[in-house]
Design a protein around this ligand. Structure first.
Ligand SMILES: [Mn+2]
Length: 342
């Protein structure tokens, strides 16, 4: 039996609107979802688990239709999904009324429910939010309800106001896999057994690191779950160190090379450090324009002011000499030639 565990997708959320990238990032989330479908087909997985916050807010019928159309691309995979604290099920919610054309099972009830999938003898347990906050420990004392078969729990939350969970107890509860949602960093709490899927696409600049899905394969012989990167872009911190002998062009070049190392489409926080000449100033607007930069942090020391001043004064020597020798044309000629050769 093979499955893919997808964490918080947050479709239609507004990300990086301050940089004006929200439409682009919204599209990236949909592209990543397409990549998940492609991975499911390539790996021929039996199940796709969505562990809540599939949408950034309770979805409309049109938004569910768009999701449905993407999931129609699945060749053999069944989808199981729960709603989280962002896309919780309201009264008359589209989640309750929409009929999926793709092979989707949505956990709609306000209690833990179990569904049996005969083809692989797998029992899937799920629970959907019906309000944005839940302080009740819904999964305390939960256990697979029978022996035999495989048992998989889909759960969203884990903090005080979003279903508190005792991770240690959950780990030993007897499930074969516990697919968690809510925390946006992909996190393995127990190898091959319990993971937070993380956000499919990083949703704000604090979500650095890799983003993707967990791919699981459970057979009689082995049991493994591994992380597969999917996201279109990641947030990356890069450090660029300037040397005092670099001119502005060399500094831009250094930044460009660092960015190319990670890929030009990534989203960067640029940390500039080292020493530069005081008069070599970078135009940050050029950098923001050219790359996906979210922030520039500068901690660069300007080289000794004195040295800089000497150079800046150099052209004035010519005018000084011109002034002194203005009545002695021959002397002025030789003096200027001398200065030019310098
Ligand atoms: Mn959540």
């Amino acid at each position: 039996m093979k499955f893919i565990h997808v964490g918080d997708v947050h479709l239609n959320g507004n990300f990086e609107s301050s940089r004006g990238w929200n439409e682009e990032r919204k599209e990236d989330v949909y592209l990543s979802l397409q990549s998940v479908v492609a991975l499911a087909n390539r790996e021929q997985v039996d199940y796709l688990f969505f562990t809540g916050d599939i949408f950034d807010a309770p979805p409309t019928m049109e938004q569910l239709k768009k999701l449905d159309e993407i999931l129609m691309g699945l060749k053999q995979t069944w989808v199981f999904m729960i709603a989280g604290n962002h896309d919780y099920i309201t009264e008359n919610a589209a989640y309750l009324n929409y009929e999926f054309s793709s092979k989707v099972y949505m956990f709609k009830e306000d209690k833990v429910k179990c569904v049996h999938s005969k083809s692989t003898d797998t029992y899937i347990y799920g629970y959907s939010y019906h309000q944005p906050q839940i302080t009740k420990a819904v999964f305390d004392d939960i256990k697979p309800y029978k022996k035999g078969g495989r048992h998989i729990l889909l759960a969203h939350g884990g903090d005080a106001t979003h279903i508190p969970m005792n991770q240690e107890e959950l780990k030993w509860s007897g499930f074969d896999y516990i697919a968690l949602g809510h925390i946006h960093e992909p996190r393995v709490l127990a190898d091959d057994l319990m993971c937070y899927g993380g956000s499919l696409e990083p949703l704000d600049r604090t979500e650095t690191g890799r983003h993707g899905v967990f791919l699981g394969e459970f057979t009689k012989e082995h049991h493994f779950v591994k992380f597969v990167p999917i996201s279109q872009r990641n947030y990356i911190d890069i450090y660029v160190t300037f040397e005092p002998d670099m001119n502005r062009i060399a500094m831009y070049q250094q930044i460009h090379e660092e960015i190319l190392n990670y890929g030009i489409d990534q989203m960067f926080t640029l940390y500039l450090q080292g020493t530069k000449k005081k008069f070599e100033k970078l135009d940050y607007d050029i950098l923001y324009e050219k790359y996906h930069i979210v922030n520039i942090m500068e901690d660069v020391i300007d080289e000794e002011y004195e040295i800089v001043q000497k150079r800046e004064n150099q052209p004035n020597i010519v005018s000084l000499v011109e002034d002194k020798l203005k009545d002695q044309q021959d002397a002025l000629k030789y003096a200027l030639e001398g200065l030019q050769h310098d």
